[in-house]
Design a protein around this ligand. Structure first.
Ligand code: ADP
Length: 366
């Protein structure tokens, strides 16, 4: 029986539990044994009870849950070769030679490095006497499949990451709450949202909530006078009878010289035009709560495909990342997607904004 391990790694996202559930159940359905790897890569490095066989009923009720019930962690040991050697040993001890990782670009990079290194790790485990040649014979190749779990929707080659729509929904609910009090008191609110270096959450939330203005990393203001322009826009909206002012600031927002645009700076502008202004940093409520229907579906369809991809993989095929493009589940070479994602950050750093927008194809499709 093929033994597959499934883990969640990096930042938690709603829908990760649904993905684990789909992998466990599709795995069992297709005749495999599935092991839950607890606490991300730390579980592989620690081994033993951190690699737990999962049965059908172990994931009952997981479809809608937020966060991840098998835990996630940042694991420094896995970034070192000795940590990965330990991980390879623990996997072979369990008879596992396939790993489905649900995480962000960091987690998927780690997975790809692990697969490349696997043959040399196995050779070393024979050399140091941990296993005999015969014992490692069935484990000459490691299969890796990536699922993208991230609230930020910050991965190239896929339209959506698992968790992004749940987070967007949460942000919109919060902005609606804030809007009610803003309109009552005729106030201004600056709402800071997550997204790291990606402006998807801010852009989508700002559009869905009808914000007066939105600041994101990928499209910094054209000129130094962004503060004057912001004031002008907000005053114009007020002059047309709007009783509230809402400005959404992505945590990674940048000005035309690539310095951060902070909520404080935005607040100052609004105070200068006479608005009673508050800052709301939404923080971790954006990660929490149940997964919206879309994330449950995405995680389920992709989890099932991840198991199929494991069963269809050969030592010569590159590790796939399961994506979602034009409403279809697709497989893309994992390392290419990670590289594309990193090149967006580089393009922004180098002020090549049009390139950044184009590379972030899936985020800002027009
Ligand atoms: P995310 O997956 O959300 O981008 P991180 O970048 O924090 O989050 O990565 C999560 C974990 O993946 C890290 O704690 C580490 O264990 C592993 N990892 C990340 N990058 C690498 C790498 N270059 N080599 C090996 N492991 C890595």
């Amino acid at each position: 029986k093929k033994r597959i391990a499934v883990m969640t790694s990096g930042g938690d996202a709603p829908g990760m539990c649904a993905a684990v559930r789909a992998v466990v159940r599709a795995g069992i359905y297709l005749g495999c044994e599935v092991y839950g790897c607890y606490e991300g890569y730390s579980g592989l490095v620690k081994g033993g009870e951190y690699l737990k066989k999962m049965d059908w009923e172990d994931v009952r009720g997981w479809l809608s849950l937020g966060g991840t019930l098998i835990g996630t962690a940042r694991c420094m040991e896995f970034k070192e070769k000795w940590g990965r050697l330990q991980a390879a040993k623990n996997m072979i001890l369990r008879g596992v030679d396939a790993l489905i990782v649900c995480g962000g670009d960091g987690s998927l990079t780690g997975a790809d490095i692990f697969r490349d290194e696997w043959p040399s790790l196995v050779a070393e485990l024979v050399k140091n006497g941990t296993f005999t040649e015969d014992q490692v014979e069935p484990y000459k190749h490691l299969t890796i499949v990536g699922l993208v779990g991230s609230i930020d929707n910050d991965m190239s080659s896929t339209d959506n990451t698992i968790g992004a729509y749940s987070s967007l929904e949460r942000i919109c609910e919060m902005v609606d709450y804030i809007d009610a009090t803003a309109a009552s008191h005729s106030r201004a609110f600056v709402v800071e949202v997550m997204g790291r270096h990606c402006g998807w959450l801010a852009l989508m939330a700002g559009t869905a909530c009808g914000a007066d203005s939105i600041f994101i990393p990928e499209r910094p203001p054209n000129s130094k006078s962004w503060k004057d322009e912001l004031k002008e826009v907000c005053l114009r909206h007020r002059s047309k009878g709007r009783r509230k002012t809402t400005v959404i600031v992505a945590e990674g927002a940048l000005d035309n010289e690539l310095n951060p645009i902070t909520s404080e700076q935005v607040k100052e502008c609004l105070v200068e035009i006479g608005l009673d202004t508050r800052i709301t940093t939404l923080g971790h409520v954006q990660r929490g709560g149940t997964a919206v229907a879309f994330d449950r579906l995405l995680a389920t369809l992709q989890g099932v495909d991840a198991v199929k991809a494991v069963l269809e993989s050969t030592p010569n095929t590159p590790s796939p990342m399961i994506g979602f493009v034009d409403n279809k589940v697709v497989r893309r070479p994992l390392i290419e997607s990670v590289k594309l994602t990193k090149s967006v950050a580089t393009a922004i750093e180098e002020k090549r904004f049009d390139d950044a927008m184009q590379l972030r194809d899936t985020t800002f499709k027009e």
